[in-house]
Write a protein that binds this ligand. Sequence first.
Ligand code: HEC
Ligand code: HEC
Length: 189
Amino acid sequence: MRTLTTIALALGLASPAAADLKFFPERQETCVACHGENGVSEIPEVPSLAGQPDYYALLQLVEFREGNRDSPEMAATVDGMTNDDLKAAAAFVGSLPPAPAPGPGDPAQMKAGSALSAQHGCARCHGAEYRGGQQIPALRNQRADYIVKALQDYRAERRIGERAAMVEVAAELSDAEMADLAHYFAHQP
Ligand code: HEC
Ligand code: HEC
């Protein structure tokens, strides 16, 4: 079965930590133009990169370049980038400090989101504090509008991702449940 991990291994992309950052001082400005200062996004449906594991970032950058994950903005960004460029970009993402806590959420939505997360076992893969790791993204203090968009993309199978794990998860979620989950993850203390 084709997975992101096997693609990355085939491309020799297994070790972003070993990448050097030397091409990055100029390119960082491009990334933060959309993804925000320190990788904390202020643009709707543009994800924060702060706190994302470097390996997850690398796999996604490969997916954008190979056209397996659809985003005109990211396709244009990674167009012409070599494997070493992608490794350096992923190392840059991994070097960002975690996204700051944005303040308390709406109590009713926090309660509903927490219960849904427990019911669907989100922490089983994304970690007890939703910090992700390896090929699993952090959800902690990600933008709520982006989380909803990502869940809708999985449910509609516009985005398949690693072993289609999220397609199965998202198939069980209603729009209202997605909104509660996203609010909960976006407001972690
Ligand atoms: C023109 C705006 C734009 C620029 C410039 C840009 N990005 Fe993005 N990026 C996006 C958008 C929009 C998405 C979300 C795509 C989606 O909805 O699937 C994204 C997604 C990503 C993701 C996946 C995040 C996740 O949580 O899955 C990574 C990693 C990423 N970008 C890294 C970078 C890096 C590194 C740079 C600089 C080299 C960069 N981006 C430049 C707009 C941009
Ligand atoms: C079986 C493991 C597993 C479970 C359970 C799981 N996830 Fe995921 N999740 C993943 C993996 C792996 C990815 C990355 C997939 C990819 O490559 O696109 C992911 C990606 C995501 C993303 C995209 C994040 C981004 O930055 O683009 C969101 C949002 C998400 N999961 C939310 C959830 C929610 C909400 C739950 C519980 C309802 C959940 N996940 C349960 C494994 C899991």
